[in-house]
Ligand binder design. Sequence first.
Ligand code: ARG
Length: 458
Amino acid sequence: MSKLWGGRFTKETNKLVEEFTASISFDQKLAKEDIAGSMAHVQMLGECGIIPMEDASKIKDGLLAIKKMVDANEVEFLVEDEDIHMNIEKLLIEKIGPVGGKLHTGRSRNDQVATDMHLYLRTKTTELIKLIEDVQQALIGQAKEHIHTLIPGYTHLQRAQPVSFAHHLMAYFWMFERDKERLIDSLKRVNWLPLGSGALAGTTFPINRERVAEILGFETIYPNSMDAVSDRDFILEFLSVGSIIMTHISRFSEELVIWSSQEFQFVELDDSFCTGSSIMPQKKNPDVPELLRGKTGRAYGNLIGLLTVLKGLPLAYNKDLQEDKEGMFDTVVTLEGALKLLAPMIETMTVKKDVMRKAINNDFSNATDIADYLVRKGLPFREAHEVIGKIVLYAIQANKFLLDLSFEEYQSFSPLFNEDIYEVLAPEHVVAVRNSFGGTAPEQVEYQIKLAEGKLQR
Ligand code: ARG
């Protein structure tokens, strides 16, 4: 009987059961974290006199040797040994003999696996924060070039009011800024230490959890062992923040798909970020933003998956919890891939100022401004709105835009119009007068970019 828990059993495990219950095919990703947790645990066991210090040292040396093998890809993980925890423990015993069996004193796989997951997410969350900053930096880079580039601003995907292209890009900067804040905040809870909770009720050994927390860099220790081994809310939080990040990435991707279409042609994605069609030679497809949009689905799926796993579980550990891993790994990989692509795709895209400009010259997105003009001359806004509605209708029927109408034509709608109406209607003016804080006037956008740069310097 070769199982670490084999003592109580009289039969070999059914092979299908072995394969069905094993997690080693995916939790081998936690090898580094598992070894780090064990190193801290055994150090503490030695310091507390729970095992002799020299045994602790032998175990640590053994673990370090295994870590080297893992790093060099030399370990063959076995399904018979079920998961990363028992694979490593068995390797240790093989390597240093029965003394290796002292490692698991005062510990259970239940507090062990929870600790590994906390350590893993801490590393990944920290890395993802940096990747978000790369995207933010790319957005700022393009924004700075395009403070005075005008683009139609839309509501209902209908031209509404012209805006600075920088302003449009910076909207995403702030979405990612809040995502970053959410990740940073989630670290507080990722930094709770489960180890020392045992299987569910604590341990009979005089352990020192503070010491383990100190070695592993945890800020807080779970004060309830049953909570520590059975909740996965720190993963749910990661998956929901991850879903929000993917939502933002997906919306931006959708804009890139629209903007790079033949119909819009506002931007051109770099050739190195597009792919062709196997049949239509003229095609240059925005596959990357499309796939980013598509991959959002799996991030949501991973969140809903784990929420569903958890909702019916009684305390404390249940094997269902093993299902927390693949979705989490998948969301990490998805976010890493998405953020890494997004930054250079933004940096290398060509912004077609002239096309944007042409679009603005051929629309009614300055209509609000003549309404405001009449209001400033004393007309109640509702009445002004009515007058301008009529002017727009007249212009559409005459196949003209607002800047094409003659002064006489304006006067025929209201005697309040003066010659200065043409200045008011110029798109630059329309944008420049939206000079309230957070507005699209170049002055505000410049200030906004300054604020944004301050956020990246922390
Ligand atoms: N592979 C298990 C998991 O991922 C480790 C914990 C197993 N504990 C247990 N009592 N069977 O959840």
